[in-house]
Design a protein around this ligand. Structure first.
Ligand code: SF4
Length: 390
């Protein structure tokens, strides 16, 4: 794909080109502007100093530099995690702006810099452990809005002589419910003439939408797939992830097996450990029984839960025990380092907090139904049901 098409998908280059033409600017100005945006990663029209000041001021009024405005940035005490809350701009004729989405930068030892981005405003999938799930779905993000989350952190890292090395679609929203725009964003990120992020450094994470997984298997681009599994037992998984009622574990695994066979690519299974819900030996056994037939390509990522008022996190000792149960049966497993616990880094927490704050001020109507439950009430319900079943 050439640069021209990429630019049309990201910054509104049609608007830019028309505006430059109306201002009687020579053709080379368009190429200069594109380079300043995608390659030099400048932060605003004011920084495009090859342009005369009056021109910069006119462009700043007429062509937005970004589809997103950062409204809050928080950094973890260790400095390895930065989370930004963005406000969206108006989508003319489609949607008023002012919605909140968030993205997280995680700086790993060894120089890897991963940005976790949102693909939707809110989410319809209503996973019981997820702050975003309490918001309901509002709208899909455009490819431009997704790329702008990455560019925000690219600019930030440029000042530290570093760059974004990995992007994961693991923030607010279910990426496969916004398939076309997500794939457009992937192509923009991957374009060798633009941002040039290797496909193997891009991961799409799904809660288990089988048709989307099948579609992804046919894509020519070699991106990674992660499955938010969180339980290999239907009864538990249906309790915490309503999507499991539509696509139960076996159906999900048929699609994932097909994906693995077709692409010969590793698949990562995300597993948040929730105290008393999915951290038992029975759950560990079920997990190995489900995935153990393909230890070459299947890999489990155990993740420490960020305590919320919905569930309690499994404590460290129990997490290590769970990992050993998997390892003893030869299952490839990583205990993923938890980033940004002190800054609400888990999916949707800042946006939900922001929405709750605005709700209190009477500015915004959000569905905050589950959030109003007392601490861990959702977890207690799940545990109650488990006890009744056993
Ligand atoms: S975990 Fe992902 S799919 Fe589930 S509600 Fe949250 S954002 Fe949606």
């Amino acid at each position: 794909m050439g640069l021209e098409r990429v630019y049309v998908l990201s910054m509104n280059v049609d608007l830019l080109a028309n505006t430059l033409a109306e201002l009687n600017q020579p053709a080379f100005r368009l190429a200069q502007a594109k380079r300043a945006f995608f390659v030099e990663l400048l932060g605003s029209w004011a920084e495009v100093t090859p342009f005369p000041k009056p021109l910069r001021e006119q462009l700043a009024e007429r062509v937005p530099w970004s589809s997103l405005t950062p409204v809050q940035t928080v950094e973890s005490s260790r400095g390895d995690t930065v989370k930004t809350l963005f406000s969206t701009a108006d989508l003319p004729g489609r949607q008023a702006g002012g919605n909140k989405i968030e993205a997280v930068l995680m700086r790993h030892e060894g120089g890897r810099n991963t940005v976790c981005i949102s693909s939707q405003i809110g989410c319809a999938m209503a996973c019981a452990f997820c702050a975003t799930g309490t918001m309901g779905w509002k709208r899909n993000l455009t490819a431009e809005e997704m790329v702008d989350q990455v560019l925000h952190f690219s600019r930030r890292l440029k000042g530290k002589a570093a760059h974004v090395t990995n992007v994961v679609f693991m923030g607010m929203g279910e990426p496969l419910n916004n398939y076309d725009e997500v794939m457009k964003a992937v192509r923009i990120l991957n374009d060798p003439d633009g941002i040039c992020l290797g496909a193997r450094h891009i991961t799409i994470s799904t809660c288990g939408l089988v048709p989307g997984i099948r579609r992804l298997a046919k894509e020519p681009i070699q991106i990674n797939l992660a499955i938010s599994l969180h339980s290999a037992i239907d009864a538990t998984r249906s309790d915490i992830m309503p999507v499991n009622k539509a696509f139960p574990v076996r159906k999900l695994m048929e699609a994932v097996d097909e994906y693995a066979e077709r692409t010969n690519r590793k698949v990562f299974f995300e597993y948040l450990l929730l105290k008393g819900v999915n951290d038992t030996k029975e759950e560990a056994e079920a997990l190995v029984n489900l995935l153990g037939h393909n230890k070459r390509l299947y890999h489990v990522n155990l993740i420490k839960y960020h305590d919320t008022d919905m569930f309690d996190a499994t404590d460290r000792e129990a997490r290590v025990r769970f990992m050993h149960w998997l390892q003893r049966r030869g299952m490839p497993v990583t205990h993923r380092i938890s980033f940004g616990e002190d800054i609400d880094a888990a999916c949707g927490q800042l946006a939900v907090n922001d929405a709750a704050g605005m709700l209190a001020q009477g500015k915004l109507a959000v569905r905050a139904n589950r959030k109003t439950k007392p601490a861990s009430a959702a977890a207690l319900e799940v545990r109650e049901r488990q006890r009744a079943r056993s």
